[in-house]
Design a protein around this ligand. Structure first.
Ligand code: FAD
Length: 288
């Protein structure tokens, strides 16, 4: 089922993100986590994409298992920065053969040692990839967006103009980068509406698991921390179970607020941890 059709329903859409195994020997562990997550009944499960090597093929394998075995719609992530246009055509044909109808189409991070970028054999922006996938047809396309601006972009206005262009190239919906400050999301949503970006925007929520994870995520994404969140992490950073519990409470509070403010959907970055997703789903069971 196309995710864009799912999002027409009045019910709040709850989805999960998982990542594929990095090595073959990790495959069974990921499969087991995915099976548990699927049992929690999300509307769809997205599978991240690590460019190159075996990992990229695992995205398709895990995605088709989500659909064929667990009967849940899968959203396959796909990035274009490390593949040629011809390779992208092969990968997208493979996804189609496996029955994958939904792709989260992104540029990907430019490797620091990539002296070759931009290379005419590759797509440069996510919008180029989206245009190609739309030409190919048969896919519902999601795009990434950044409530606090993409880390490479000098100002929010330019980033929003680029986002508007990307959506006009054929994005059917957007999923945000993780954020800890709901007011950043609300402001972003208003700015998107003012720009004429009218596709559904799913809010990406990551429950905190460790202080080091948050540091890494924030330096990669540029997400800002609220004073309340910082205090919580400082207080419980050396007590993993306490931090986990506090993180689930914080994420739940964010989600309740987002649902109350009519967010189009909530996308939970599960980090392949069914227990965390289970507790959040239980906390919001009467809201969804
Ligand atoms: P783009 O939309 O191309 O934007 C990248 C930058 O270029 C921005 O600064 C933008 O303002 C600028 N830009 C865009 N279009 C133009 C234009 N036409 N002219 C000039 N400038 C332009 N990465 C992975 O490797 N694997 C994943 O599975 C993955 N999943 C993700 C899921 C979500 C929900 C999100 C939010 C991010 C994910 N990422 C993933 C990270 C993503 O690949 C990076 O953030 C990457 O740096 C940007 O990708 P993009 O598709 O947003 O790029």
């Amino acid at each position: 089922m196309y995710i864009s059709d799912m999002l027409k329903s009045k019910k709040i859409n709850i989805s999960f993100e998982v990542f594929p195994p990095k090595k073959t020997e990790m495959f069974e562990g990921v499969r087991a986590a995915v099976a548990e997550l699927a049992g929690l009944g999300p509307n769809f499960i997205s599978v991240t994409y690590g460019a190159g090597g075996g990992t990229s093929a695992y995205t398709a394998d895990i995605s088709s298992e989500i659909q064929d075995k667990h009967k849940i719609t899968a959203l396959s992530h796909l990035t274009c920065v490390a593949s040629t246009k011809d390779e992208i055509d092969v990968i997208s044909s493979r996804l189609k053969e496996k029955g994958i109808e939904n792709i989260l189409a992104m540029r990907g991070d430019i490797p620091e040692d990539d002296k070759d970028f931009p290379n005419p054999k590759h797509f440069i922006h996510a919008s180029d990839l989206i245009t190609r996938l739309k030409e190919k047809g048969g896919f519902c396309i999601g795009g990434a967006c950044y409530p606090e601006g993409h880390i490479e972009c000098s100002d929010i206005e330019t980033d929003l103009n680029n986002l508007k262009y990307k959506v006009d190239c054929g994005c059917d919906f957007l999923i945000t980068q993780l954020f800890f400050d709901n007011s950043a999301f609300m402001r972003f949503r208003e700015k998107c509406a003012a720009k004429g970006i009218s596709v559904p925007i799913l809010a990406g929520i990551m429950p905190v698991q460790s202080a080091s994870q948050i540091k890494r995520m924030c330096s990669l994404s540029g997400a800002s921390l609220t004073p309340k969140f910082t205090k919580m992490v400082e207080k419980y950073q050396d007590d993993t179970p306490a931090l986990l519990q506090a993180g689930i409470a914080y994420a739940t509070e964010q989600i309740v607020d987002l649902i109350s403010n009519d967010a189009d959907g909530i996308h939970i970055y599960t980090m392949n941890k069914p227990n965390i997703a289970r507790q959040i789903m239980s906390n919001i069971s009467y809201l969804i």
